[in-house]
Ligand binder design. Sequence first.
Ligand code: FAD
Length: 507
Amino acid sequence: MTVWVLGDQLAADAGPLADVEPGEEAVLLVEAREFARKLPYHPHKLVLVFSAMRHFRDRLREAGHEVDYRRAETFRDGVAEHLAGHAPDRLVAMRPPSHGAGERLGDVVAEAAAGTGVDAELTIVGNDLFVCSPDAFDEWAGDEPVHEQFYRWQRRRTGYLLDGDEPEGGEWNFDDENREFPRPEVGFPDPPTFEPDETTREVIDWVTETFDTWADDAAEPFRWPVTREAALEALDAFVADRLPTFGPYQDAMVERSWSLNHALLSPALNLGLLRPEECIEAAIDAYEAGDAPLPSVEGFVRQLLGWREFTRHVYRREMPAMADANQLDHDRALPDAYWTGETEMRCLEACVGHVRKRGYAHHIERLMVLSNFATLLGVDPAELNRWFHFGFVDAYHWVTTPNVVGMGSFATGAMSTKPYVSSANYVEKMSDHCDDCRYDHDETTGANACPFNALYWEFLDRHEEQLRATGRMGLVYHHLDNKDEDELAAIHERAAAVRGAADDGSL
Ligand code: FAD
């Protein structure tokens, strides 16, 4: 038998790897170049995945495992080389969370077996890198799972932040104490940077020479953790320096900090370098030691125990339809500004700039600027999904799709019952971007009006039939009802001008 460890499953204590003694069975890792050619990825994404794989190989070898590390053009080539050299009777791998990936890998092994004449097949086993298994979710969920109910159920069944059967502190959710905008004197600690070692430097050179990547002209030096030790250091630094004030400022955006108090742990979590349980438990330990307040700790636990797991299972159940969902019939191209970062809209310029520099923007930048603006413009959700997928270091189909197609674009109602869209009001309230922007956040029409405003009202008007019926948007439709015909005509005119500017690059 061979244990096949996939590039986003780099955990020695998970799946079949956890059950084999070093040296007992061969371990296969395949570094397939075809993966990196599929999309114009951010260079940091490629460096992150390939460097983490090579470090994991070294770690397993140091522990005494016999690791066959194949660098090949395709997975099939890599597996065929392994079969030719090792002739195992079967390969065992954990199920990848992206839709259909397990079946595709089964086909890869079958083709490689046919090509080499080695009679081996792939056995796929459950993926332990999430807290909740598919069976447990499906047994709980019924037809229309709702995040808040799921989160409470997860809290109760894991015992995290529980006082008997009730939530610690008497509330499941402390959002009312969060959602603050930081005053100018509030500072944000710099998150740790992980200097590339020799292995990472080799990968950086190879990626630069070999692949067509996006935003390499803007990318800062690579900074992400690529080993378990570095990922644990990143977790410790978050818990010590940023968790205590994570909650209050988690919805804010400020010019002086790209990271605020966000954890920056998704790149390591999604590779398997960190387990969600250990991150949750580290945060709860800080609370119990009196080092972090409950609203911050609960906010962080909800993201990991609730949202991360919910997106994974909703995606699993909604695919393949979710990838092409488009209930608002949006079909516009993504504006050039998302590629170049060049726009006079300060918030968009800042958020695209963050992605170009580091392959990362925090949740509110993703939701309330990058996907909100594209959704109001009417961008095809599949195209937006593709942009998020190649642009972000933590992007994988299983997590990007529910967040972009579901939560961000409202192309399906599977993730939320109403769209996360807003006018300039949100950005103005929760950021300082509007202070130096050439557009006026208070204006809706006219050449200086913030593009968000006319697009927002026009979006509501255009989708009235679908959205008013959700029953959750009564108040905003009440405001729309108060606009007279002339005002609506001017809004439509301004929205058309904004779309023209988005198309011709003069936004
Ligand atoms: P924090 O804000 O500090 O949150 C802590 C952790 O909670 C994260 O590390 C992450 O693992 C988890 N988390 C929080 N919200 C979500 C969520 N909605 N879905 C899944 N996990 C969540 N997350 C990805 O991991 N990969 C993606 O490609 C991705 N694309 C997104 C696209 C859009 C349009 C939106 C709105 C969200 C997306 N997210 C994605 C979710 C979330 O924005 C990121 O997980 C988070 O910003 C990662 O940064 P952090 O580690 O600093 O997170």
